[in-house]
Design a protein around this ligand. Structure first.
Ligand SMILES: Cc1cc2nc3c(=O)[nH]c(=O)nc-3n(C[C@H](O)[C@H](O)[C@H](O)COP(=O)(O)OP(=O)(O)OC[C@H]3O[C@@H](n4cnc5c(N)ncnc54)[C@H](O)[C@@H]3O)c2cc1C
Length: 575
């Protein structure tokens, strides 16, 4: 099944996320809307014409591993080379090193499209882009001169290496070692597991960003340093590192997931990024960008699954109604798919605009407030969007009936591919804990309060519009925002504890549902004003408010009242 870039939905979501306002303010210099639109449509064309046809091929071929080498599927290398040559890797990267310095929000839309076309293809560049951000922010000038240009052009790719067998969610438990060498570089020994694109044949060099511990490091995350470890050293020799094996896994078969070994011959040469023992700060820059991008993978796969299910529902004839799209239950599934996808997209793009404002805002205060907004929204973007990615892909199979379970239709691949996004870059459970334990209390709770006020303004505008097509949108969204506000206050009123963490996942879902519902309503209001696609966007916003946002009160109870039952249920969990 082919992919068509949903350019109108993307443009509407970008506007509601604040891109248009930022352009009008001159946040992006003289960049204008026409340029943004042409970038998006060219990205959509490349994604649909060049990458999407590789998705099924990649799934079947996988990444065979022999003698330490990974072979990517047929057509993969040519597509990657053309993609990089077209400048897509450096879209939001610094101009000083050959990037185009376009908005992160626009890059977010492009990342969505690459990943709709093929998630296994899209995840490689996601990690390179995250590495670029960390190197640009924390690297020495010498390292930037040596590596940034080729990472930005895509001539070399980057990896991100935290995980070890005993150190998954608990990164502080990692054991890879680094020792200082006399020339100012370091020697790294140890091994890493589950490393995405740790080895491959797409580029002539691979630049690994690896966490390790110095001998005098304090324990836990406070003693971790970040190292840049090139596969090929600047003098052209091979570094002391190798891929040991490639995993067999549920989905994203064309993305090689490698076990990496460092220091067979005494230690891989590594260069420090940031300060000794303070590698987590640089790694957080990298992880936050990658978390948004993984959220976008959720949106991406949901979009692709929705397009496919919608087309099938129009074609498949069953029973008296003719095409199955006539059945209310099938309509409900398709609307749920479309509404959740649009809501998750809106949250991810809003995070992208907040990142832009945090980098380009005109005052220190504006940049700080935007940084806090981005911090608040990032776990929601990652976890809400990837949860719905899995749900929507699964609904896509359901719409296909038995044919959905048969590999030939491609709907099953979406389910297999989508599943990892809720796990890597910090599991969704870790995202929810981050939201509850750290993000809600940012700026003494002011960051979240300001955000809630903005959601209220949208609800008021829907109310004031008096548009009959909105049906119960305003009251249902109002209830959802009430639930989110009460639950947030409940969280702010207490210290992080098992009781607050037990409700972290339903709280994140409540946050995503209330915010996503409001943002769909904002898009509908804008569409009504512009008399563009008002009917479709209003219908979708109404469906979301009346069918999905209404779950808010149940989620509220789950957060504020569910913890005791979890604490009291150990007897039900004896193995
Ligand atoms: C295909 C694939 C690609 C990957 N790519 C990379 C990569 O490129 N680089 C890299 O470094 N890693 C990568 N990973 C690793 C990935 O990031 C980890 O698998 C993930 O962070 C979870 O760690 P874990 O598997 O050890 O699970 P665990 O940490 O053992 O978690 C198991 C369960 O316990 C929960 N849990 C654990 N601790 C807590 C806690 N404190 N609070 C609440 N719940 C908790 C988790 O949410 C999860 O549900 C990849 C993994 C896969 C499968």
């Amino acid at each position: 099944m082919s992919y068509r870039a949903p350019l109108s939905d993307i443009a509407s979501a970008l506007d509601a996320a604040g891109l248009q306002a930022a352009l009008a303010e001159g946040l992006y210099g003289d960049l204008d809307r026409a340029t943004v639109d042409s970038v998006l449509s060219e990205a959509g064309r490349f994604a649909a014409d060049v990458i999407a046809p590789l998705n099924a091929v990649g799934d079947k071929f996988g990444t065979p591993f022999k003698d330490g080498r990974v072979t990517t599927p047929p057509g993969w290398k040519e597509a990657y080379t053309d993609w990089a040559a077209a400048g897509w890797n450096g879209l939001a990267a610094p101009a000083d090193y050959g990037g185009q310095e376009l908005p992160h929000a626009v890059n977010a839309a492009c990342v969505e499209m690459w990943n709709s076309a093929s998630m296994a293809f899209g995840i490689g560049p996601v990690l390179t882009m995250a590495a670029i951000d960390a190197l640009a922010a924390y690297g020495t000038d010498a390292l930037k001169r040596q590596y940034l240009e080729k990472l930005i052009s895509g001539e070399w790719m980057g990896t991100m290496q935290l995980t070890e067998p005993q150190a998954g969610s608990d990164v502080g438990a990692l054991r890879s070692k680094a020792v200082r060498a006399s020339d100012g570089s370091y020697r790294i020994t140890g091994s890493k597991i589950f490393i995405t694109y740790g080895e491959h044949d797409l580029t002539s060099n691979i630049i690994h960003f690896v966490l390790a511990r110095l001998p005098d490091a304090p324990p836990g995350t406070k003693g971790i340093s970040l190292f840049l470890i090139p596969k090929i050293l600047p003098d052209g020799t091979r570094n002391d590192l190798r891929a040991h094996s490639v995993e067999h896994k549920l989905g994203i078969h064309a993305s090689p997931t490698c076990t990496m070994v460092y220091g067979d011959e005494g230690g891989a040469v590594g260069f420090l990024i940031g300060e000794e023992h303070k590698g987590m700060a640089a790694m957080f820059t990298m992880m936050n960008r990658a978390r948004l991008a993984v959220g976008l993978q959720g949106v991406a796969i949901a979009e692709r699954a929705t397009q496919q299910a919608l087309a099938y529902a129009h074609e498949r004839k069953q029973g008296a109604a003719g095409a199955i799209i006539a059945y209310p239950d099938v309509k409900r599934m398709l609307l749920t798919m479309r509404a959740l996808t649009a809501a998750a997209r809106a949250i991810c793009y809003a995070t992208g605009v907040a990142i832009d404002r945090s980098l380009r805002g005109t005052s220190e205060a504006a940049r700080k407030a935007a940084q806090e907004r981005a911090s608040l929204l990032t776990p929601v973007a990652k976890a809400f969007a990837t949860d719905i990615g899995t749900e929507v892909a699964s609904l896509g199979v359901q719409v296909h009936g038995g044919m959905g379970y048969i590999e030939e239709t491609g709907a099953a691949q979406h389910v297999r591919d989508a599943r990892i996004a809720a796990i890597y870059e910090g599991t969704n459970g870790i995202q929810a804990a981050d939201l509850v334990a750290r993000k809600v209390s940012l700026a003494g709770g002011n960051t979240v309060r300001l955000y809630l006020n903005e959601l209220r303004e949208i609800v008021k505008a829907v109310q004031a519009s008096n548009a009959p097509a909105f049906g119960g949108t305003a009251p249902r969204l109002n209830e959802a925002v009430d639930s989110l506000e009460r639950t947030t206050q409940w969280l702010l009123a207490q210290k992080t504890s098992d009781a607050t963490l037990a409700g972290a996942t339903p709280y994140l879902r409540l946050f995503g549902s209330a915010a996503g519902g409001c943002m769909l309503a904002a898009q509908a209001l804008a569409a009504q004003r512009e008399a563009g696609d008002g009917a479709g966007r209003t219908a979708l916003a109404r469906f979301f408010a009346e069918n999905i946002a209404v779950q808010a009160s149940g989620l509220e109870r789950s957060v504020t009242e569910g913890a005791q039952s979890i604490g009291a249920a150990d007897a039900a969990l004896s193995a």
